[in-house]
Design a protein. Sequence first.
Length: 257
Amino acid sequence: MMVATATLLPSGEALKVQSFRLFFVVIAMALATNAQSPLVSAHIAPLTPQQRTAMTGKSWNPGCPVPLDDLVSIRVTYYGFDSKTHLGTIVLHKRFATEAAQIFAELYAAHFPINKIDPWENYGPRVYAEQDITVGFYCERADDAPTEWSSHSYGVAIDLNPRENPFRDVKKGWWPPTSAVFAPRDNGKGKISPSSGAFRIFTRHGWGWGGFFAGEPDLMHFTKLTFGPPANPADRPYVINGLTYIPGTAFESAQPK
Ligand SMILES: [Zn+2]
């Protein structure tokens, strides 16, 4: 005989059953989320005196918009172009360090290949891209607005596999210069496109992709999206999470030629 639960139990008992069911659903969702997003251990630490010395005068100077105390060093595991496991260091703003560690854990779990992760100051401008180094923080003016700081200057941006994912300068063409051959978006190793695992992982955490910048796509670039009054994007009150890509709109018009 089929009877509704509420008719069999006093109302208090029915409530307990419902609470238990709700609890079970929450646990199941947590397990499902964990199954998709395994978090491998990442070591997040303040910058060491050695790192501060190495950065000063290179990736950072006293005129930069964030102090060194706001930046952290994240030791991450990544899946190399050689299909082996590697360790690398990326410097980012402390507010988004745990989220970035989670992103790199998911990239590793998805076997998204990364050539090398290493701090920018070990290479410098241009060289880091030519040598295909994935970096986070470096203090520079924005390419498209020389009076403003780039999002890297706040530690809220990552350049991922810059050779496979070049930047298109309207005047000078693809950058780094040897990377034009990599510009077409296909399923090549380490490339980012809306169909790539890297794109899905970053956008799920609310990091926008520079590949959508019309006219000047910056294919290597992801930025954590925040909104609100302070100039420093890491201090803004509104933090975006869970972006969804709707095909057939912006990307097609910005598709690299
Ligand atoms: Zn960038």
